[in-house]
Design a protein around this ligand. Sequence first.
Ligand code: PLP
Ligand code: COI
Length: 353
Amino acid sequence: MSFAGNALNLKILYMDTIDWKCLPFGYFKTDYNIRCYNKEGNWGELEESTSEYIELHMAATSIHYGQQAFEGLKAFMGKDGKVRIFRMDENAKRLNSSARGLIMPEIPIETFCKAVIRVVTLNKKFVPPYGTGASLYIRPILIGSGAQVGVRPAKEYLFMVFAGPVGPYFREGFNPVRMQIVRDYDRAAPLGTGNIKVGGNYAASLRAGERARAEGFASVIFLDAREKKYIDEAGPANFFGIKGNSYITPDSVSVLPSITNMSLRVLAEEMGMKVERRHVPVEELEEFDEAGACGTAAVISPIREIVDRLSGKVYSYCKDGKVGPVSLKLYEKLKRIQQGEEPDPHGWNYILD
Ligand code: PLP
Ligand code: COI
């Protein structure tokens, strides 16, 4: 449990109130989580739990061989007082893609969605109020819980979902961040697991990420592992660049298919922009008018500076200190849909009863 989570929990216990505007992106204890067990290929019923802990066999495949995957999605309180969960069916599909990647059992989309809806409903008092900039972050996980000592998939699995209120992922919030291109670490191999959401990718990103933070950057930008010629993605988010009327984002086998990016591409197209999903050579950074990172946790994080750690070359954006107009427009549009302030023509929101 993070210190910040503890402190905020004490506040809610003793003051029955919370400073929603100051929430960090971190763990926050809430009342309930949902669990579902798979034995010999069959999923059981969804179960409610108030415990923050799981009992796990010491030989579980998740803790030895990394047989685990997770998701991240958000619920928002609208101006109309209704809670909206954003594109949970896409998270369900992606978790199943991760499950296939690590030979874990897939979860019926309906079961995934029921678990998410239940966790949000049971923890509704933790959905941050409209206008605070905070949201309820929902974290589904799927882990091999059965024992194996040989390298083989488990025969038992646990799917669970917890949730907690969060503020911005990068402490800069929507203020432009600095990012660092690294060439001496890879997050994922071209034929590895970069395109699924599994813990091993994040473990592989830790050393570069911690070094970048110590050197004054919000995050790392990884390059394609084979040639180190193209932008892959940021540690916890996809990359996009704006050039004239084009929204450009890397197409790479080792990038996580971001649901935020997928949504921004639709919005950009609807705004009359050209959307390009292709290799993005590092040198092209010079030609972008704006650059940003996008993801559920990061939302849109405008980038003000990218420094290539090896060469020292600097790419600058937001030259007047302001977020670029296209990033701002995309951010506003997405937020307004998520908060029910604009029509949701694609049916991205699930509205809680
Ligand atoms: N890339 C990585 C490595 C991530 O961890 C995330 C976060 O989930 C994203 C991209 C953004 O994906 P999404 O927009 O679906 O949250
Ligand atoms: C998310 O955006 O949901 C993520 O999973 C990013 C990070 C916190 C791992």
